[in-house]
Design a protein around this ligand. Structure first.
Ligand SMILES: [Zn+2]
Length: 320
């Protein structure tokens, strides 16, 4: 029997507790590795957290990974991807507040392994507007400078969580392919975090990639099958723009309590509040997703592209 999953999988977004020095949950990263993930992007900060906190968490994660060279390694260049059996780790930042008003932080983050950052996390910041802002006035002058600096430094610009007009403006000014690292199809499931078919096409037309995410609220109504929905969103995106512009970013949150605390305590950033039940597609569900894609006629090449190749192409076009 053919193995459902490709040999290498790049999951472009995962969340462990953003607490420097806390290693209670980090060992669960092994779950991703055991499920077949070979490259993972680990979040190091989001929303209103200060740049100092981002750097503390980033430094802690790097230290923790370096102390476990038998299982993990830090990814620096595209030549580091999938060269051995260890789980390769790079990092991401959700929202330009991590940069504050100092653009030189972009390169400092890059040098520490951060490979993508999104422009605005749900709400307005110095760069632009979030997907929950009622009046998105587009990318701001500082946002234009930020995109130019990210393009120069090699950091991939991400537009998930960002407002639609700010996203359009960013697509227009970025000199490199841009991603929606973890956003699903609004035409299948209406949600402020999901994006229109037009936006999906616009991102792909510029060489970018859409990452389908396993967060249940962005996939389907409660009670519906999340794996079916994940495959449906992924297939819809592939029908629109082809497998070379579609990837996987589960956004699996390893500490549910931390997520609940964020959703409850930051009412401005998360106006919907916590859902009655946190639903997520887990790394262990990846084989079932691959099986269902094969049942829909996806061949080895298409799966290799979706589970790894699309992110690698964007990295090759952006990273230094
Ligand atoms: Zn997110």
């Amino acid at each position: 029997m053919t193995r459902a999953l490709p040999n290498h999988i790049w999951d472009n977004h995962a969340c462990t507790p953003l607490r420097a020095g806390d290693d209670v949950v980090l060992p669960q990263l092994k779950r991703a590795r055991d499920a077949g993930v070979s490259t993972i992007s680990l979040n190091v900060g989001c929303a209103e957290q200060t740049p100092e906190r981002h750097f503390q968490v980033l430094s802690w994660f790097r230290q923790w990974i370096k102390a476990r060279p038998e299982l993990y390694r830090l990814i620096e260049t595209t030549a580091d991807i999938d060269t051995d059996e260890r789980l390769g780790v790079c990092f991401d930042i959700e929202g330009a507040r991590g940069v504050g008003n100092e653009l030189d932080r972009v390169e400092r983050y890059y040098d520490l392994g951060v490979r993508w950052m999104l422009i605005a996390y749900n709400r307005e910041n110095l760069a632009g507007y979030g997907c929950y802002d009622e009046d998105d006035q587009g990318l701001k002058p500082f946002g234009r400078e930020l995109v130019a600096e990210m393009n120069r430094a090699g950091m991939v610009v991400c537009l998930s969580h960002t407002g639609a007009r700010t996203a359009r403006d960013t697509l227009a000014v970025s000199s490199k392919p841009v991603i929606f690292s973890h956003s699903n199809c609004a035409s299948l499931h209406a949600h402020k975090r999901n994006i229109s078919d037009d936006m999906i096409r616009a991102c792909a037309a510029q060489g970018g990639v859409i990452g389908i995410t396993g967060i249940g609220d962005f996939l389907c109504a409660p009670g519906e099958d999340m794996i079916d929905a994940f495959v449906h969103h992924l297939d819809h995106a592939v029908q629109l723009i082809g497998p070379e512009h579609v990837g996987v970013s589960l956004d699996y949150v390893y500490d549910r309590q931390e997520l609940l605390d964020y959703l409850t305590s930051m009412a401005q950033t998360f106006p919907d509040g916590p859902p009655p039940e946190i639903r997520m597609v887990a790394p262990e569900d990846l084989p079932e997703i691959a099986s269902q894609l094969r049942a829909r006629g996806y061949d080895d090449n298409a799966l290799e592209q979706i589970f790894r190749g699309s992110w690698l192409q964007v990295a090759q076009a952006n990273w230094r």
